[in-house]
Design a protein around this ligand. Structure first.
Ligand SMILES: NC(=O)c1ccc[n+]([C@@H]2O[C@H](COP(=O)([O-])OP(=O)(O)OC[C@H]3O[C@@H](n4cnc5c(N)ncnc54)[C@H](OP(=O)(O)O)[C@@H]3O)[C@@H](O)[C@H]2O)c1
Length: 293
């Protein structure tokens, strides 16, 4: 299979490239970052020319503006990358006969549902980021019928800024850290998500899929487990969202149901605690190798 990955220099993009290459796919890594073949998702003409020249089977879009708080100040950029960009990709895919797999977000929900969200649940994003990601989904749906949209959440993994690596970095410098304990989600390893994405491609699936690791946690639970696995003794202090005000409002409970994913692929997502253990081992290996320990 020939697969173009947009945003290949990001947290998820790196893993999608690695997993697909492991399947023997011909993978073309693209990004706006230097050292990558340039595919700017906001340039429709260039994207169409690229796809017509390369004739891939699939375009996997991992590119986005992912700074949730930054989106509140830079609404234009958020909509350009997260809404218009996916719409341009859908048009380019439609014209070139390429299948599109796009990554959206759990932040399309308001977090008021006590149970895990299914793909059929009504959306109601609270932040500019969430609204721009939902607009991206709508731009795709208006343009093409055949697509895969994956909504993941709470990503951690190598090759990119994420909550777990940030907490481990801060914990080395402080005796205690405050972490929000009243927002819940399912922490998700970028490598597990990349395997799930490849499984959906394998199945030639269509539509929206929620994909996250199994089990749920608060940010506090996740920080505590990460520090325990990294054997750091920094105290984690649980605080409420109201004590930790951020520019963007986050959903209280954005746990996603992966039932549809499992029924489609016959695959069960791993438990987040097991995947976190694997990531922390990898993180510590890289940390020690860099001579910082
Ligand atoms: N991280 C999470 O916790 C999380 C949770 C839910 C959903 N998601 C979604 O998952 C996807 C992947 O997230 P991620 O954390 O891997 O993101 P990321 O690390 O921020 O990677 C995004 C990549 O896209 C690139 N990019 C920016 N503008 C571009 C453009 N115009 N054309 C092509 N590439 C461009 C970025 O380059 P620069 O760095 O140079 O800008 C970066 O390499 C996104 O759709 C995100 O919304 C993420």
């Amino acid at each position: 299979m020939k697969i173009v990955v947009a945003g290949a220099d990001g947290l998820l993009g790196h893993e999608v490239v690695r997993v697909c290459a492991g399947y023997g796919d011909e993978v073309i890594e693209t990004d706006v970052a230097k050292d990558f073949r340039c595919l700017d998702i906001t340039d429709m003409d260039a994207t169409l020319a690229f796809l017509e020249a390369e004739k891939p089977h699939w375009l996997v879009n991992c590119a986005a503006y992912t700074d949730v708080d930054g989106c509140e100040d830079r609404e234009d950029l958020a909509y350009e990358l997260n809404a218009k960009g996916p719409g341009y990709l859908a048009q380019a895919c439609s014209k070139s006969g390429t299948m599109l797999l796009h990554i959206s977000s759990d932040y399309v929900f308001d977090g008021e549902k006590p149970e895990p969200y299914t793909e059929e649940d009504p959306t109601n994003p609270l932040s500019v980021y969430g609204k721009s990601k939902l607009a991206g989904e709508e731009a795709i749906r208006q343009c093409i019928k055949d697509f895969i949209i994956v909504r993941p959440q709470w990503l951690f993994g190598p090759n990119g800024k994420n909550f777990v690596s940030t907490v481990l970095g801060i914990a080395r410098e402080r005796a205690s850290i405050n972490v929000v304990n009243d927002q819940r989600g399912s922490p998700t390893y970028s490598k597990d998500l990349a395997r799930a994405i490849r499984a959906l491609i394998e199945q030639d699936a269509r539509g929206i899929f929620h994909v996250c690791n199994r089990g749920s946690a608060s940010w506090y639970d996740l920080a505590k487990k990460a520090l325990e696995l990294a054997e750091l003794e920094t105290r984690v202090v649980p605080v409420s969202t109201s004590e930790f005000v951020r520019p963007a409002v986050r959903p209280k409970n954005s746990i996603l149901s992966t039932k549809r994913f499992t029924e489609t692929t016959q695959k069960l997502m791993p438990l987040w605690q097991i995947s976190l253990q694997l990531y922390i081992k990898e993180y510590l290996f890289e940390y020690r190798k860099s001579g910082q320990a």
